[in-house]
Write a protein that binds this ligand. Structure first.
Ligand code: NAD
Length: 391
């Protein structure tokens, strides 16, 4: 069961850039970071509109003088305080991640950055080098990887329960943008603008999630890929609202990814199916407490979170906040990750390299991989759906 006893000497003083009033993902960060009292929310630049950001911040409990008009002022002013922030989460549109994360690391902060980490691969690599130089944590918010049954899948693959991996099927194909909703939704509008979203819409916005998860579960690296992308709402071109990707992995496994925003009627369809030589595993984010385990020639088994037959010696599998049978969900997954970020930050502060080597969390390597995948897909698709080398 989850250990809610306090595990740090003091909570980490934490701030946010972005995630202002009405944003899609701001609340999720605040709810997850504060869940286990490991982070205290003390300062922010929440909104592009400084006044709205200040008003919102004070209503979230911040003191007015620590609601800053922009991220540069936030980092500069907080650095002058003895009780200034030690870590920051960045929940702004994609094109701003690089400059904000760079400034945060330069200001000596630990960083939790939204995905896709950056637009350009070189920028993500530069951030990684900067985080190493500053000896700071640089995490990427792949929020679905805090689910216990995803960790169970990883453990089962590691322990050989399904045999060598042959096929990986990934999808994140929802129907929420099957009409031109960006006409009335600011959050959808920037996603269709290449200047802000980057060279891709739905591969970067959603495809990066199951792609990261599949890599986390299997440990397999992509060798080459081929992508076809299109925009069923024509005004979205050159960005795609639907894409199919075919992968070749090092070692011989193959895979596919369907990323879509026009899968009418679908809520999410975020699934990762791992086919091994003996058995297959399938996880679906709409039923996150279950994992399908299909052994060839035997009845299908549905493994349930919180049960004794799981690989509970893995802390990701046993990170239960409630016994099996009760539904844990999205916020628990995020809180599990923020818990891991807190322990990582503490280890960075103590320079505990041994702990960091054995402590998993979604880090910048996964962020770099996502940006690489997006850019390789665009290159492939825009050259006629040709095979392209991944590295
Ligand atoms: P949004 O448009 O709903 O909200 C963005 C917020 O950031 C707004 O409050 C806006 O005022 C603020 N903002 C923009 N630029 C800013 C700046 N320079 N300084 C301070 N504040 C600024 O966007 P969203 O849907 O919340 O997405 C934000 C990021 O989170 C994107 O990168 C997106 O890909 C990512 N995201 C991740 C997940 C996930 O599951 N991990 C889910 C949704 C969104």
């Amino acid at each position: 069961m989850f250990n809610e006893e306090f595990q740090l000497d003091a909570p980490i003083r934490w701030g946010m850039v972005g995630g202002g009033r009405g944003s899609e993902i701001g609340y999720s960060h605040r709810a997850a970071a504060q869940r286990d009292r490991l982070f205290t929310f003390v300062a922010a630049a929440l909104d592009l509109d400084a006044e709205r950001g200040r008003d919102f911040g004070t209503k979230l409990g911040l003191v007015p003088e620590r609601c800053y008009p922009d991220y540069k002022t936030l980092f500069a002013e907080e650095a002058k305080r003895e009780d200034g922030i030690q870590a920051v989460s960045i929940a702004t549109p994609n094109s701003t991640h690089y400059e904000i994360a760079k400034a945060a690391l330069e200001a000596g902060l630990h960083v939790i950055c939204e995905k896709p980490a950056t637009i350009h691969v070189e920028d993500a690599l530069e951030l990684k080098a900067l985080a190493e130089k500053q000896n700071k944590m640089l995490a990427v918010m792949y929020g679905y990887t805090g689910f216990q049954m995803v960790h169970q899948a990883r453990e089962m693959v590691r322990r050989g329960d399904i045999g060598a991996v042959r096929v990986i099927q990934m999808s994140f194909a929802h129907g929420f943008h099957n009409t031109e909703i960006e006409k009335n939704s600011p959050g959808a509008k920037w996603r269709m603008n290449p200047e802000v979203s980057g060279p891709s819409f739905i591969i970067g916005d959603c495809g990066t999630h199951p792609f990261y998860m599949a890599g986390m579960i299997t440990g397999l690296k992509v060798k080459s890929l081929m992508c076809s992308r299109q925009s069923f709402i024509e005004s979205r071109a050159p960005l795609e609202d639907n894409a199919h990707v075919v992968f070749q992995f090092e070692g011989g496994a193959v895979g596919t990814l369907w990323a879509s925003a026009i899968n009418s009627g679908s809520m999410h369809q975020q699934k990762v199916r791992i086919v091994g030589e003996k058995a297959s595993l399938e996880w679906w984010d709409e039923y996150p407490n279950q994992l399908r385990y299909e052994v060839q020639g035997e009845p299908v088994r549905i493994l349930e979170r919180g049960m004794g037959y799981l690989h509970n010696d893995d802390p990701g599998v046993s990170a239960n906040r409630q016994g099996g049978g009760h539904a844990e969900g999205f916020f628990e997954s995020w809180a599990n990750l923020y818990h891991r970020y807190a322990l990582a930050i503490d280890a960075y502060n103590r320079d505990d390299k041994a702990f960091l080597e054995s402590h998993w969390y979604p880090d910048i390597d996964g962020g770099i991989d996502g940006v690489k995948m997006v850019n390789a897909c665009v290159k492939s698709a825009d050259n006629g759906a040709v095979w392209v080398d991944y590295d």
